[in-house]
Ligand binder design. Structure first.
Ligand SMILES: [Zn+2]
Length: 238
């Protein structure tokens, strides 16, 4: 009987590993998805900033051209001043000059803002590029490792299932069904050691005669409280 329990102890290690492998089929793709998204976000940030820089440069060029053409217009109006004959003509010309000066002022303010913005973007884009490359390299390495894990999950499960089969055929059917029942209802550990004269899982105290039975190890003793199978571990509970 002790050897049945020992086999069940091995079995529950295998079942734990199988559970982990099954769970990894869920969380590995999630982890990989997060790593890919991180790469994509860093790339997008870099490319969007590059796009913003080129758009701002187009805007800068167009403002510079507009200012130059307005300045030529202003020069022409100022030249006309020489030929002014009446006060009325003078007033009209002055107000025309004010309008053009106002327009130049406005465009110069816009140009100044664009130039400032460009300076910041040019410095940001270098950081985004460096960070993007770092993320790309680091996440690609991690993705490769996770992909290898994913690829091997199936064969690892198969190996564990075979190990499981080798054990279950050697354990009496009745014992196996108790094991499966407790595993399903309680989850995780089925065979637990006695600790401080109590069930090692739910801590329910065990009467002395139970402990003697467990020590003898010639039959399967289950905990009255949680139903788990109890095993005696020398030196642990005395
Ligand atoms: Zn218990």
């Amino acid at each position: 009987m002790q050897s049945d329990l020992e086999m069940l102890l091995k079995l529950q290690v295998i079942d734990y590993d199988l559970g982990e492998l099954e769970r990894s089929k869920e969380y590995l793709p999630d982890m990989m998805e997060n790593l890919r998204r991180e790469i994509e976000e860093a790339e997008n940030l870099f490319h969007n900033t590059q796009k913003e820089i080129s758009d701002s440069k187009v805007m800068q060029k167009s403002l510079e051209l507009e200012i130059a053409s307005r300045q030529a217009e202003l020069k022409k109006l100022q030249d006309q001043m020489m030929a002014i004959k009446t006060n009325k003509e003078y007033d009209a010309l002055v107000s025309q000059i004010d309008v053009v000066k106002g327009a130049i002022n406005e465009k110069e303010t816009q140009l100044f803002e664009i130039v400032e913005k460009l300076e910041k973007l040019e410095s940001d884009v270098k950081d985004y590029e460096t960070r993007g490359k770092e993320i790309q390299e680091r996440n690609s390495r991690e993705l490769k490792i996770l992909q290898e894990k994913m690829d091997s999950v199936g064969s690892k499960i198969q190996i564990k299932e075979e190990e499981r089969g080798n054990i279950t055929v050697r354990v009496p059917k009745r014992t196996m069904s108790v094991y499966e029942m407790v595993r399903k209802s309680r989850g995780g550990t089925v065979v637990v050691p006695v600790r401080k004269r109590a069930c090692g899982a739910c801590y329910k105290a065990l009467p002395p005669h139970r402990i003697q039975e467990i020590k003898r190890g010639d039959q399967i003793i289950t905990c009255d409280n949680c139903g788990r199978m109890l095993i005696w571990h020398n030196g642990e509970s005395e």
